[in-house]
Design a protein around this ligand. Sequence first.
Ligand SMILES: *[C@@H]1O[C@H](CO)[C@@H](O)[C@H](O)[C@H]1NC(C)=O
Ligand SMILES: *[C@@H]1O[C@H](CO)[C@@H](O)[C@H](O)[C@H]1NC(C)=O
Ligand SMILES: *[C@@H]1O[C@H](CO)[C@@H](O)[C@H](O)[C@H]1NC(C)=O
Length: 400
Amino acid sequence: MRRSEEFFQLILGALFLMGFAHQPFLAWGNSQAFVGTYGINYGRIADNIPSPDEVVTLLRAAKIRNVRIYDFNHSVLQAFSGTGLDLVVGLPNGYLNDMNASQDHAMTWVKENVQAFLPNTRIRGIAIGNEVLGGGDRELWTVLFGAAKNIYNAVKELKLDDVVQITTAHSQAVFVNSYPPSSCKFSSNIAQYMKPLLEFFQEVGSPFCLNAYPFLAYMSDPSNIDINYALFQPTQGIYDQKTNLHYDNMLDAQIDAAYAALEDAGYKKMEVIVTETGWASRGDSNEAAANVSNARTYNYNLRKRLAKRKGTPLRPKNIVKAYIFALFNEYLKTGPTSERNFGLFKADGSIAYDIGFRGLQSSSATVRIRLKDLQVRLLFGSDAFVLLAASAITLILLRS
Ligand SMILES: *[C@@H]1O[C@H](CO)[C@@H](O)[C@H](O)[C@H]1NC(C)=O
Ligand SMILES: *[C@@H]1O[C@H](CO)[C@@H](O)[C@H](O)[C@H]1NC(C)=O
Ligand SMILES: *[C@@H]1O[C@H](CO)[C@@H](O)[C@H](O)[C@H]1NC(C)=O
């Protein structure tokens, strides 16, 4: 028993390494920031979370390759160097004014914080601000487009535009009438700022980035929304009469609401990706839905939903891609208790609840892997091996 476990671990280790090694081939020539379906937001508003190097270990063990950060911290960029992980960096809202006002500053920023780390750190995107339109600071609404444009111009001049994608993430505050999904439109107060952004993103091939929280929608109206619908649990769902489409979960409906608003604005072909979604595992007394069992259910079912690689009822061909919010609980965040408790992992690196990932602790308890898990992982590992073999053969054929 012992010996065979060790043997399995060895084989697994080899397969895992090979699985990782083949991944760069798959991404060659791909200018999209998001190549898988499951990504994660590595928020860092806490001083008690694991170091960037430990985070890399955690992400690799979890096989999460697509990562977003909200800033451009150089320790993080350095830690991701040579790891094969794909990173989207953030230009925080506080920089938008300056980047709008000065093309030179935008160029300097891109050189120092993006170009300097390429190609070893795979920076695949720059998120310009976060949830600006519809947010409280109206001056930012007026500079978002200019900042995005100047950063894009810099990236293009440096000939990085087919590696680094420019986007900006929107909250649901940019919409009105999102129920039923087909009736959704952009809110008239942000429309004049949204329009040039969409025009520009369509031109450069960037997706529409949506932060979508069934958690928040449910909490805003718990007496009329079935929690099972928000949690991807069996439920009768909703029916959209205009499109004759049925929705069995709220996230799909929220994504299709964004597609409907884009179509209404004249951007029917633009892809929607989810740049944040998640469920808090703890909340204040008026946030009853924020508990461990709901958070686990949401994040477990979400993982299954994304692994299906399926589109939504309205856009069946656009495979749903989402970055989970978030990697860690972040105790220095302000706002309600739920804000500090979205992590799949606690600040010490252990899992917040079990959805199939392993925590960071290097104690023997987590290093020892049960045989049952191993068999499952072996199957998974051998897929990676087949892919590796296939990539290698393809490369050989291409070169000969
Ligand atoms: C970058 O992150 C590291 C590690 O978390 C931290 O020690 C450092 O203070 C951060 N740097 C800046 C400029 O925020
Ligand atoms: C944003 O940039 C444009 C173009 O340079 C400029 O006309 C405008 O005044 C800037 N807005 C702000 C608020 O600085
Ligand atoms: C979590 O909240 C749900 C209601 O949203 C409730 O049914 C469930 O019992 C709660 N679970 C725990 C462990 O408190």
